[in-house]
Design a protein around this ligand. Sequence first.
Ligand code: GLC
Length: 580
Amino acid sequence: MTHASTHDSSGTLVHPADSPDSPWWRDAVIYQIYPRSWADANGDGIGDLPGITARLPYLRDLGVDAVWLSPFYVSPMNDAGYDVADYRDIDPVFGTLEDADTLIAAAHDLGLKILIDLVPNHTSSEHEWFKAALAAAPGSRERNRYIFRDGSGPHGDLPPNNWRSVFGGQGWSRVNDPDGTPGQWYLHIFDTTQPDVNWENEEVRAEYDAILRFWLDRGVDGFRVDVAHGLVKDQTFPDTTGSMHTAENEPGHRMPMWDQDGVHDIYRRWRRILDEYTVPGDPDSERILCAEAWVQPEERLARYVRPDEMHQAFNFEFLDTGWGAAGYRHVIEESYRSNDAVGAPTTWVLSNHDVIRHATRLAILSEGYRPNGIGADDPQPDAELGLRRARAATTMMLALPGGAYVYQGEELGLPEHTTMPDEWRQDPIFHRTKGTDEFALGRDGCRVPMPWTKEGPSAGFGPSERSWLPQPAAYAGLAVDQQQGVPGSTLTLYRDLLDYRRKHRFGHGSLAWSPLTDATTLAFLNTSGDGTRTVLVVTNFGPDPVPLPGGDVIIASSPLTDDGAVPTDTTVWLRLPSAS
Ligand code: GLC
């Protein structure tokens, strides 16, 4: 072995270790299941709860701590279930409430916790409340559960202000009064079928309290909170000065529907409810809230995880970081600085159901550029490069202290479907922006059903050929049965990373920069939560191999060079010899 000389295992401390007996969620690895696309038990081409239950042992073997399920509620599915018509029941396409109970119990038996998705910013237009609002008069109690306003202009036929929809087009739609004449406008930050609810109204707050309790009583361990930065709107409804993807507080911009201070009262209230479910003296019984909040900078995000608010918030600045040492170094430092200041763990994430899968994204992006969908007419990403970087990125991420989320299929190295024919596309973004200058293909490419077996219909997704989105040709070769137990496979890499991380509690460890860090190398030391082990983690973003100091290579995202150095786009975990 050739090596740089000995390595100082102290480094520059960025983040101190967590207390060894801190609760489960501070370092949990949580696996996101998109129920439509994970496992289809009944062969209708759409995944379902019995399918998930049957395959839960796969997740225990993978070594994750918990599962987050994207919405499974009754829904017309205009936004794949993020348009909820009944928060207290399961959509028949996914199963029944009894199936949900069975799933929760089976997960708990396997030692897995279950988080579900709470969608409080909007309901579906099919929700009883919205139907009642349409049937009622302006100013009524029924309308006050949503955000209805008179239009502007002499005849009220212009929207109340300039707010747009995140999915393209106007953010307001006009309704007809019960007598058929054009009436007020209602706000929908997303699709027209997703009316925003009015969080100024105590009746609304009480209803969502009750929904939380309904699911907590059924045994769920927590909630991922959809659009957590959007619930409260500036009540003067001023015009925006940016696109809907601009963050509030971006210099020179005002985005009065994002990250308003009032949201924090809601999360304090919810935290009190969740805390009622903690069994005294048993941190394992803690139920949690995780914010989906696209806010900047990291300090604003940290406000969502103050001690009396949520437990976790997705670190999207990390997800949006372009492939390079300087960007990751910056975001890692800022994340710990902001979260340590409020005593919260950092929650790392690279992929989810809203973004291009990182095995594809990392091959195309520079400086954080992230297209909204890729199609057959676009330049096609280099799959090999993307997978290599994705493996290096995950190997780095899973060594960072804090919690982490893994999106279904990333453990197989699945790429985005980048050639999906348009007639299959279902994302409302595609349909709402078609033919406009906001045009975007949308998110279907990252939502394609999982391949479980190389042979068989729908690559083992279900017992029939049917699959609600088509699987690209490459998926069968990446199926679970092709990777399970195969040395060097991405699935084996994930299992090994999770196993080692858990054994030595690296999620509770400390983080210090190693002096090997430079313009093209990211190198940090994680000293395990139990203080017994230090791992040096080196990612090489540059063209030349990086020599390693002495120590045992535990895991490498790609093979090392012949003389034991870290090649381009590779991350290595190296166990340093103990000081004694
Ligand atoms: C969140 C979800 C996304 C959904 C949107 C509206 O961003 O992750 O999938 O479309 O909220 O509910």
